[in-house]
Design a protein around this ligand. Sequence first.
Ligand code: FES
Ligand code: FES
Length: 142
Amino acid sequence: MRFTLNGAPAEVDAHPMKRLLDVLREECGLTGTKEGCGEGECGACTVLIDGEPVVSCLIPFAQARETEVVTIEGLGGEHPYQRAFAEFSGAQCGICTPGMILAAVALGPAPTLEEVRTGLAGNLCRCTGYEAIYRAIHSVSE
Ligand code: FES
Ligand code: FES
């Protein structure tokens, strides 16, 4: 099945009902996308499909056909949000971090603090207490 993965054409032979999360990790070797709950509740597995954040543990691979998928690897490691998470201690264990960052990317270039809080409401973190995460993301738009 063909799709665009992190800006490059991709063709992956996997069962259409396999979870997109597993296809990315196992077939594509992109282990930056994390599994938390596996039930669509925590947001750890968030990736972007055509710019929209989706929980890849609930998405069958078939839904990625002819779309543009972006994982945390697609940000290249030097994205301002990635740097801000390091600077503001927005990541501790790191399980939630890729999903948080991609959910933030979907908010657009300069989200307000309120937009950050609302936009990341579906992304759970067990470590940080959230304030460091919100500060990290908001710092980029200040
Ligand atoms: S692992 Fe997908 S939402 Fe929790
Ligand atoms: S940093 Fe550990 S779950 Fe968020």
